[in-house]
Design a protein. Structure first.
Length: 257
């Protein structure tokens, strides 16, 4: 099983913070976000040789600083989105994988819990998610990748879910077994073939699709997905405002699960 870090994009809403470095190297809580992600992956049993980094913007910077990772380049990072970016690493997915966004900070136990989960497709969910949206003007709740669930089973993933109906926010970290990975890649290929142009989901083309777009597409076709929860201990750094609020977010709520 491999660990896949999806980090090709620039993170333009971080403005000057990403002029010289990719988004994942922006310091949060005193260190680059990538260092925290690598620590979390290590808690799930992944050594550096198991980690694939999908690069794009300022690829040479991250390759120089972390030469022991394996790199796959998304050469179309300016034109596609996170789903297409993940599939740049498709040759590394077959035996199962844990994937993670590159612009997030989260407690290491989340990956440990995902790896131990018995299901083929398991998503990490922050149940204390709304606290981070209080006073957050540049990234409102309507942008959150919300999740509805029936106990452990996920029933819907969408930014359009009404906040009061959401079990939590998908944090961008998931585990797929070898069987789950096979179904995921087949669903990707089928959806791509069926949507060569025009809208795929929620006004987006397939090339511009988010990861949750394909996951929701699979859910609607009867695919089983489950969740493991964290109560806080997670934050996404998407804007300059987010970076300025990070320390208060992290200290302002429970992060011990």
């Amino acid at each position: 099983m491999k660990a896949i870090i999806i980090g090709a994009g620039r993170g333009s809403r971080l403005r000057h913070l990403t002029e010289e470095i990719p988004k994942t190297l922006v310091p949060v809580l005193g260190r680059p976000m990538l260092d925290g992600i690598l620590e979390a992956l290590a808690a799930g049993g992944f050594s550096r040789k198991d980690i694939i980094f999908i690069c794009g913007y300022k690829a040479e910077v991250i390759q120089a600083r972390y030469p022991d990772l394996t790199y796959v380049e998304n050469t179309r990072w300016e034109h596609n989105n996170i789903l297409a970016s993940l599939l740049c690493a498709r040759e590394h997915l077959a035996e199962g994988f844990v994937s993670t966004y590159a612009d997030i900070v989260y407690r290491p136990e989340i990956v440990r819990d995902l790896v131990r989960a018995p299901w083929d497709i398991t998503l990490a969910c922050d149940t204390d998610w709304r606290r981070r949206y209080h006073g957050r003007s540049q990234h409102p709740e309507t942008d959150a990748e919300k999740m509805r669930a029936d106990d452990r089973r996920v029933v819907e993933l969408s930014r359009r879910i009404v906040s009061e109906q959401a079990a939590g926010e998908f944090i961008g970290v998931m585990k797929l077994s070898a069987e789950g990975a096979g179904r995921f890649v087949r669903a990707y290929d089928e959806a791509k073939a069926a949507h060569p142009e025009g809208v795929f989901r929620e006004g987006r083309t397939f090339e511009k699709a988010y990861l949750i777009d394909l996951l929701q597409h699979m859910l609607e076709r009867g695919e089983a997905m489950h969740r493991v929860d964290t109560f806080g201990g997670y934050m996404e750094i998407d804007t300059v405002e987010d970076a300025s609020l990070a320390a208060s977010w992290w200290s302002g709520g429970r992060t011990d699960g």
